[in-house]
Design a protein around this ligand. Structure first.
Ligand code: UDP
Ligand code: MG
Length: 312
């Protein structure tokens, strides 16, 4: 079996309710495209019947490949496992819940044929998302671009089509905290957006509660910027300056015969300083922790199963 023209990567965690419909819609689009394709489902350690459903899809459709991770590793690692296995000339990354409409893929493929290496889906509408999610997403992309050295396009998720060389470039980056959309922005090559309306989840519910969104946001900033470290230094310098000024004022007041400014002023300053120091330590600790994790150099994931790839 030679490498297909198009590989589609579908990470799935507890998607038993929607997966058959996803496969039906994907197949409808891909079979109309006149390309030789494969669909790689990555079961990210699901606890429901996701794995069985992929097995049954595989039994009736030989475009289907199955990767099953040994445990739940999260969306970004599941996609990475897909990227490691995909051999298509072009590779599509798409969510399993039909929030990224498969009907956009032919438009992406056209741009790829025009010579683009990364064709990313840009959300022009977010019908299915709450005002809170829209608001935090808006703020996050602005913050990220202010803090990082790579230009990460706003309002894009992981839904995209990438060329072989773009996929290989990101495959070669083995950092553990993975922020794939940033990594794809980092590699360069020719990139272009394709606009689409993000739909509601077809079935089930989101696996990205606020806690995981925050982790992704922090990974985004820390993987691409050491500016927070610089910010600490700047803050420290400002505080040292302010402290010196305060000292001069106090000394002047004392020399002028004042009885000092009371314990409350000191208590407030101590609270302020220790808070700032702990925050700074936390930020430094974040980077140190990442260094530790990279030095451990564990594999990103373990596969429990890998099927449908035949002789590849
Ligand atoms: N997903 C995954 N592993 C996880 C969480 C999510 O593979 O630990 C998959 C999930 O099945 C879906 C995609 O990643 O295909 C996006 O997840 P979700 O829809 O929950 O996120 P949202 O669209 O709400 O940001
Ligand atoms: Mg979703």
């Amino acid at each position: 079996m030679s490498a297909p023209q198009l590989s589609v990567i579908v990470p799935a965690y507890n998607e038993e309710m929607g997966l058959a419909e996803t496969h039906r819609r994907l197949t409808g689009v891909l079979s109309g495209m006149d390309v030789d394709y494969e669909i790689i489902y990555i079961d990210d350690g699901s606890r429901d019947r996701t794995l069985e459903i992929v097995e049954s899809l595989r039994a009736s459709d030989d475009h289907v490949r199955l990767l099953s991770l040994a445990r739940n590793h999260g969306h970004q690692i599941a996609v990475t496992a897909g990227l490691d296995a995909a051999e298509g000339d072009a590779v599509v990354i798409i969510d399993a819940d039909l929030q990224d409409p498969p009907e956009v893929i032919p438009r992406m493929y056209e741009r790829f044929l025009e010579g683009y290496d990364v064709v990313y889906g840009k959300r022009s509408g977010r019908e299915g998302d709450s005002a809170f999610k829209k608001g935090t997403a808006f703020a996050f992309y602005r913050l990220l671009n202010a803090l990082t050295d790579v230009e990460i396009p706003a309002d894009t998720g992981d839904f995209r089509l990438v060329s072989r060389r773009a996929a290989d470039a990101v495959r070669g980056m083995r950092e553990h905290d993975r922020y794939l959309r940033g990594m794809f922005a980092w590699i360069g090559f020719k990139q272009t957006p394709v606009e689409f309306d993000r739909d509601k989840r077809f079935a089930g519910e989101t696996h990205y509660p606020l806690r995981r969104m925050l982790k992704l946001a922090i990974d985004g900033v820390m993987s691409f910027s050491v500016k927070p470290l610089g910010a600490i230094a700047a803050l420290g310098a400002i505080m040292a300056g302010a402290g010196l000024l305060w000292l001069i004022i106090l000394l002047t007041l004392l020399l002028a015969g004042s009885k000092g400014l009371g314990l409350s002023a000191i208590a407030a300053m101590m609270l302020e300083c220790s808070g700032l120091i702990l925050t700074a330590l936390g930020i430094v600790g974040g980077y140190v922790g990442r260094v530790y994790q990279e030095v451990q150099n564990r594999p990103l994931y373990r596969l429990a199963r890998r099927e449908g790839f035949n002789d590849r």
